[in-house]
Design a protein around this ligand. Structure first.
Ligand code: ZN
Ligand code: ZN
Length: 453
């Protein structure tokens, strides 16, 4: 028997950036749920932008995923299979809720929508898909290069999980991190591809209407809907961290509304609030993410006394050949997800599209590396680089200002001694002939814990 329900309605610009719930009942014995969702118009007259609606689904016990995707609006869930973005499993009887997430509704549109919900109790014969977690030998302490941000067909990318993993292997990365928008549905499959040559890490990009944040290291869905959760972003960030996630503000000064709704960070109470990691290099350095402005924002937060780490993320959505991707070069105690993420929170990393760059410091008999805090009257810093190209120049940045600059052909090293009464934090950048970033370290901080937030 198949139970059918049809829901119709209309929305306009006033419904933009809302979460609109539609409840339906699933009877005992259900084996297959199909939701066909459609709306019109997709594109308003005279505009190149689209009306963007996505769906988030809840069963009586919790979230069953989301599809942040403008191409495929139908979903099917059975015990053993689900449309990408959603999680397979038993169809618990009771009240389910499908939410429309209205990311963009153009001012000139009245959008009519329909849900056709079909629930069947016919037997479904399909094999259970079991993903066995792959293993990566941890290799011990050392430098590991990888990506902290990428997408698949489980949200809005144009490729599937095996393609994403292959990209990591093609780029000879040590780790890749899959962070689909508002869903964890690809992570079990992704983890099955871990092997000695590549560690697969996981998380979710909390893709809110007022900014995006990466929550890394979890395999559980996190509430991302600031309004529907009746919680402000600082509370959602706390929840993510209490659950064990590494929380990173993503591409904070990206182009935003109306072209990329919600892509720029607009949370006044999280500037940076409790966040201690920020993605300053998203995709190509000179792309729409406005990385130079994100770097300036990070420098201003450092100058306000926030001891924050900077990260990079390709934010890759399909086949690309971006020579100016920044990757994270992390000094971790092992090639293991928890060790990589711990090192990132400590700032033990530099970001680079090519050159190798190591920064160490020494003050009052104590030595440390980028991300560390060193107390003493003076700080001696040593930088070592390899892989620079014609036109590259190296900059010492102290408290956000260029303190010294020289060309850095190929490889070399240099040493400075700074008066810590003046130098609160310092780092090293390598820029190319156009002044685009080639590599940037995290800072060495001076003083004591009490002097930093
Ligand atoms: Zn994003
Ligand atoms: Zn992303």
């Amino acid at each position: 028997m198949t139970q059918r329900t049809r829901i119709e309605g209309s929305l306009d610009h006033r419904h933009q950036k809302q979460h609109l719930p539609f409840a339906f009942s699933v009877p005992p014995g259900a084996t297959k749920l199909t939701i066909r969702f459609d709306y019109s118009p997709k594109i308003s007259d005279g505009q190149s932008l689209t009306n963007d609606l996505s769906l988030t689904l809840f069963d009586p016990q919790g979230a069953r995923g989301a599809r942040h995707n403008n191409r495929d609006r139908n979903l099917t869930i059975t015990a053993h299979s689900a449309t990408p973005g959603y999680v397979p499993g038993a169809l618990q009887p009771g009240i389910w809720t499908v939410w429309i997430d209205s990311h963009r509704l153009l001012p000139s549109s009245v959008v009519t929508f329909t849900f056709e919900i079909e629930i069947s109790d016919e037997p479904v014969s399909e094999p259970e898909q079991v993903w066995i977690k792959g293993k990566t030998a941890p290799r011990g302490s050392g430098w590991y290069r990888g990506d902290l941000h990428g997408h698949t067909y489980h949200s809005d990318a144009s490729w599937d999980v095996p393609d994403f993993v292959q990209y990591g292997r093609d780029y000879k990365l040590d780790f890749v991190t899959l962070t689909d928008h508002n869903t964890i549905s690809p992570l079990a499959q992704h983890d099955s591809y871990s092997a000695d040559d590549l560690l697969t890490m996981g998380g979710m990009e909390m893709t809110t209407y007022y900014g995006h944040a990466l929550a890394l290291g979890l395999r559980q869905w996190l509430e991302w809907r600031v309004d529907a959760a009746d919680a402000a972003m600082p509370e959602l960030a706390d929840r993510a961290r209490y659950a064990g996630a590494t929380y990173i503000i993503a591409h904070p000064l990206s182009v935003g509304d109306p072209f990329c709704t919600g892509c720029d960070w607009q949370y006044p109470d999280m500037m940076p609030g409790s966040a201690r990691c920020v993605e300053v290099w998203n995709g190509p350095w000179d792309g729409a993410s406005n990385n130079p402005l994100a770097l300036e924002l990070w420098y201003s937060w450092l100058n306000q006394g926030y001891r924050m780490a900077a990260t990079a993320g390709s934010d890759i959505h399909g086949a690309a050949d971006y020579a100016s991707f920044g990757f994270n070069n992390v000094y971790a105690e092992a090639l293991r997800e928890d060790a990589i993420l711990t090192a990132i929170r400590q700032g033990h990393l530099y970001l680079s599209s090519g050159p190798q760059l190591e920064l160490t410091g020494r003050a009052s008999q104590h030595s440390g590396m980028m991300g560390d805090l060193l107390a003493g009257d003076s700080l001696t810093m040593q930088v070592t680089w390899r892989g620079c190209a014609e036109g590259d120049h190296l900059r010492l940045i102290v408290n956000g200002q260029v303190s010294e600059e020289f060309s850095c052909l190929n490889s070399g090293q240099h040493q400075w001694t700074l008066d810590t009464a003046q130098a609160r934090w310092c780092l090293v950048e390598i820029r190319d002939a156009k002044n685009d970033m080639r590599a940037v370290t995290n800072p060495i901080f001076t003083g004591t814990e009490a002097g930093w937030r």
